[in-house]
Design a protein around this ligand. Structure first.
Ligand SMILES: Cc1ncc(COP(=O)(O)O)c(C=O)c1O
Length: 433
């Protein structure tokens, strides 16, 4: 059922925000530049729902871009956070809560021996790249076109020309000399990878990849490609770096490393780890982590690292995630949702499919199904924009960009999902009519 989305208060708040912040926002994708209208200002979330400042209610599939795997305002996160807060918000000293979160993770995770908590995914990647360079004594980093690793200078690069190319900066303010330490390769292309290592292998500190690339559509990789990556890194002495800021605690408690059965040398986490508060982390085997200050020569620090309130939120969230059957149930409900929408789309002959893994889904148009490389994405996002608006008017909120994935949380019950399926089917009928 369609309901008009009134935006008076959101529009007025946005007008004011434009006078305070570049583009009116504190992170660019929030600006609604690739969809119609101005951003919705949210004021409340509960379970799978969010309410905006004009009191419109939406089923939320953005889930704060991934962290909220239990939905909004989960009672155990709320209770732990309030308890931690009542004892003081920050000390700048070690606390027992850091040990508790580390224990929760490391006792279940066979891929890392030690971990360091930081305050964002970007900070985790930046720190882990420094560690890779410090540990190996090498400077070059290989990344893949289409993977996003936060706004670290050396990761804001795109491929130049040629097969195995040094990157050129993709943001003003990133010196070409930084970008040139990054080699950018196409995803899922073993030949380019081998060529690159033949030429530069001895200088490569690490290969960083989102093992489940989910920032430019959902570019599901062949497991054989990821396994080759492991072998090639081992042969050349480069570290294999899985950036699991999205996939960590999402496709299973131990993320993509566990999903594919591949041992990386470095892993970064973020999003779900912090239960909706700002936490990132990097981890590795003991020998690598021993290079980090104060044990070793690689410097990294943070005033609010391991913040007790954020740790408490992470502990509450991961305790739920670690329960038996949590991920199986997530996957079952996601498959139900995706399956129903895809069969409607197939029956009607629409050029649309939801691509999925774990409890992540991506809206794929124009036959671009199961693409594996960034250059296969259609830059025309007009169909996404139309579907976004049609869904919004039926009470469904997605992240406002066709490059981004959607997330299903524990709070998206079968009943809620059946409403969402109906809204998707009606919206598809409307835009493809
Ligand atoms: C794979 C990956 N790495 C790193 C980051 C950066 O994390 P943050 O936004 O917390 O800095 C993101 C953010 O979306 C991400 O998806």
């Amino acid at each position: 059922m369609k309901i008009p989305v009134t935006r008076q208060r959101s529009e007025s708040l946005f007008k004011t925000a434009l006078t305070y912040f570049p583009g009116g926002v504190n992170s660019p994708v929030r600006a609604f530049r690739s969809v119609e209208g101005s951003p919705l200002f949210m004021k409340r979330g509960d379970g799978c729902y969010v309410w905006d400042e004009d009191d419109n209610r939406f089923i939320d599939f953005c889930c704060s871009w991934g962290p909220l795997i239990l939905g909004h305002n989960h009672p155990s996160i709320y209770a732990r956070v309030m308890d931690a807060m009542s004892n003081g918000s920050s000390f700048g000293t070690p606390t027992a809560l850091e040990n508790e979160l580390a224990e929760l993770i490391l006792s279940r995770n066979p891929f890392i021996d030690k971990i360091r908590f930081v305050s964002s995914g970007t900070e985790a990647v930046m720190s882990a790249l420094r560690l890779a360079r410090g540990f190996t004594g090498r400077n070059k980093v290989v990344k893949f076109e289409g993977c996003y690793h936060g706004h670290v200078d050396s990761m804001l690069v795109k491929a130049g020309s040629g097969l195995a190319t040094f990157g050129t900066s993709s943001s003003a303010g990133v010196p070409e000399s930084y970008a040139s330490e990054t080699i950018v390769l196409p995803l899922n292309d073993e030949t380019s990878l081998r060529d690159c290592f033949e030429r530069y292998g001895e200088d490569i500190a690490c290969v960083i990849i989102e093992p489940i690339p989910a920032n430019n559509g959902l570019l599901l990789q062949d497991a054989s490609f990821l396994k080759s990556l492991r072998e090639i890194c081992t042969d050349s002495g480069a570290l294999l770096f899985f950036d699991e800021v999205i996939s960590g605690f999402r496709v299973g408690f131990n993320g993509a490393a566990e999903y594919f059965g591949i041992q990386p040398d470095l892993i970064t986490y973020g999003k779900i780890l912090g239960g909706g508060l700002p936490v990132g982390a990097y981890g590795a085997r003991e020998e690598v982590m021993n290079c980090v200050a104060p044990d070793g020569p690689v410097y990294q620090a943070g005033t609010l690292s391991g913040n007790p309130v954020a740790m408490a939120a992470g502990i509450a969230q991961l305790t739920e995630c670690a329960k038996d059957g949590f991920y199986e149930d997530q996957q079952r409900r996601t498959e139900l949702f995706v399956g129903a929408i895809n069969s409607h789309s197939r029956e009607k002959g629409y050029n649309f499919e939801l691509v999925t893994i774990g409890s992540i889904f991506w809206l794929s148009f124009d036959g671009k199904k199961r693409i594996q490389r960034a250059d296969q994405i259609d830059s025309d996002m007009s169909a996404f924009s139309a579907l976004f608006s049609a869904l919004l008017s039926r009470g469904i909120y997605l992240g406002p960009s066709g490059y981004e994935v959607g997330f299903i949380s524990n709070a998206h019950t079968e009943e809620v999902l059946s409403h969402a399926i109906q809204a998707f089917c009606e919206s598809l009928d409307e835009i493809f009519a």
